[in-house]
Design a binder for this molecule. Structure first.
Ligand SMILES: [Zn+2]
Length: 120
């Protein structure tokens, strides 16, 4: 075999190895992306299960010990959100209707949406 035949075969096999490596990397990326997408969907379902459980049991007299810490965390976040909403309402010169939750101007006597009396 001539020097040039060997050189040609050497280049061909190196180029095949390189393209196999590129394909392997592309496949790996594709599979990793698919795994990430499934994990994101799984996380969404887990969140929905958690929300459903919380909504079903938040007013229970006895909260299951295993969930009590989570319930306390969620309640503290809800309190903080309510507090922040009050601050926002203060800035916006509006208040929240106790009947329907609509944002109404401070100083109005009744909610324009549901008619509930607005306490001043
Ligand atoms: Zn209302």
């Amino acid at each position: 075999m001539s020097f040039f035949d060997d050189l040609g075969k050497n280049i061909q096999s190196k180029s095949q190895a390189a393209s196999a490596m590129v394909k392997e990397k592309a496949d790996t990326l594709k599979i990793n992306n698919a795994i990430s997408a499934q994990k994101a969907r799984q996380k969404d379902v887990m969140t929905e299960i958690g929300k459903a459980y919380y909504e079903a049991h938040k007013d229970d007299e006895q909260i299951d010990e295993a969930f009590k810490e989570f319930f306390d965390q969620i309640k503290s976040y809800e309190d903080e959100i309510a507090n922040l909403n009050e601050q926002l309402a203060g800035l916006k010169k509006t208040t929240t209707c106790p009947g329907c939750g609509a944002e109404v101007d401070k100083g109005v006597a009744f909610c324009g949406k549901c008619g509930t009396k607005i306490e001043q």
